[in-house]
Design a protein around this ligand. Structure first.
Ligand SMILES: Cc1cc2nc3c(=O)[nH]c(=O)nc-3n(C[C@H](O)[C@H](O)[C@H](O)COP(=O)(O)OP(=O)(O)OC[C@H]3O[C@@H](n4cnc5c(N)ncnc54)[C@H](O)[C@@H]3O)c2cc1C
Length: 347
């Protein structure tokens, strides 16, 4: 079913989140879409625990803290969330509206679109083993198992050598529901904080995690099931590892992906915009944050916030067909109403 809306924001990084806020101040509720299961973009995915020192008015905060503050700031607005969702297609319709199509099958017919896609959609690094892709979504789940997965009687193999892979194996072993938990990595050396490595060792000693130091060379099937992984050990010997579920945790990497196919003017993988309302070559499609380019562009969060503000004004004027007067959040009764801080409004 097609849903009609005034605005769709593609990307829930810091700039996409602030775009939702600025649209909210214009009285426009947005649909917000991100390929990741959580908001925050690079701030959470690439440097969640590192400090940022150049956000105006916040002397220091971590990437994760900034995302949390931005999420708090958009709470007053009725945002329609689409996480774990890739925007696959964006096309201009005959009536001037924009059709946004997602990997989950949603179709949004929007009057304005804001591409805040940063360096691209963050997607899990794929396991490159012939034939494995046909089991993705049934026995192979990238990053984590779906919440309702039945684990009793199952041998779960987590594949990876970095902190997220170790954490996933430890979490599964501690849950204690799976019959067997294995952690498969090419070497018996893992990159993770000391405390996590100590916990891994305790669980290994207790026989609750089995470390397999080997490389995957192929798969074995039984009927329509993935039955085992073919492995080669460091000494060159080969063996099969029977399993029920495989969780590859091999990292996340950004992919510009479908954006390059949307027919918008680009310059070296960036969307070309004006600096009045950060419109792309299709005026009702704005691009803000790291994804855009214009003379003097700097890939900083602060610059993205400015771009999102002017883009929201531009879109509001286009939707209204008239000028939008500047109002201050300090003094405007209308903005207080929208923010839910008007006298008599619920805090
Ligand atoms: C290590 C590091 C440190 C940094 N430190 C600072 C700093 O101190 N100060 C500063 O100002 N900047 C800093 N930056 C830069 C800053 O993080 C970026 O400028 C900022 O994240 C850009 O925000 P954004 O919202 O445009 O994009 P992003 O943060 O990249 O978010 C884009 C989001 O869009 C999603 N997406 C993309 N395409 C699609 C699609 N087709 N469908 C669905 N979702 C999609 C992605 O999954 C992602 O979540 C740093 C960057 C790095 C890597």
């Amino acid at each position: 079913m097609i849903q009609e809306t005034d605005a769709v924001v593609i990307g829930a990084g810091p700039v996409g989140l602030f775009q939702v806020f600025q649209l909210g101040l214009q009285g426009i509720n947005a649909h917000l879409i991100d390929a990741l299961p959580h908001a925050g973009g690079q701030c959470v995915e690439l440097y969640g625990d590192k400090p940022i020192y150049d956000i105006p008015g916040i002397p220091v905060c971590t990437g994760r803290e900034l995302a949390a503050l931005l999420l708090r700031q958009i709470e007053p607005f009725n945002t329609h969330w689409h996480l774990n969702t890739l925007v696959a297609a964006l096309s201009l319709q005959d009536d001037g509206r924009l059709l946004v199509e997602t990997s989950q099958g949603a179709q949004l017919l929007a009057r304005s679109v804001f591409i805040a896609a940063g360096v691209g959609a963050f997607v899990p690094r794929a396991l490159k083993v012939d034939g494995i892709e046909q089991y993705v979504g049934t026995q192979v789940h990238y990053q984590s198992l779906p919440a309702n997965t039945e684990l009793a009687g199952q041998h779960v193999v987590v594949h990876g050598g970095d902190e997220p892979a170790v954490a996933r194996a430890v979490e599964l072993a501690e849950q204690g529901q799976a019959t067997r938990v294995s952690l498969l990595h090419r070497r018996d050396v893992f990159q993770a904080p000391d405390a996590l490595l100590q916990r891994l060792q305790q669980l290994r000693d207790a026989g609750r995690i089995h470390v397999e130091a080997a490389q995957i060379t192929g798969i074995e099937t039984a009927g329509d099931r993935l039955a085992a992984l073919q492995l080669v050990d460091a000494d060159g010997s080969t063996r099969a590892l029977a399993l029920d579920l495989l969780v590859p945790v091999l990292g996340i990497s950004p992919r510009l992906g479908p954006i390059a196919d949307w027919g918008l003017a680009m310059d070296r993988k960036q969307l070309v915009v004006d600096t009045e309302a950060f419109r792309t070559s299709v005026p009702s499609i704005h691009a803000v944050g790291d994804i855009n380019t214009y003379p003097g562009k700097r890939k900083l969060i602060l610059c993205g916030f400015h771009e999102a503000t002017l883009a929201a004004f531009g879109a509001a004027e286009a939707l209204k067909g008239d000028k939008v007067a500047l109002q201050y959040t300090t003094t405007s009764a209308r903005l207080h109403q929208l923010l839910g801080v008007a006298q008599g409004a619920q805090a």
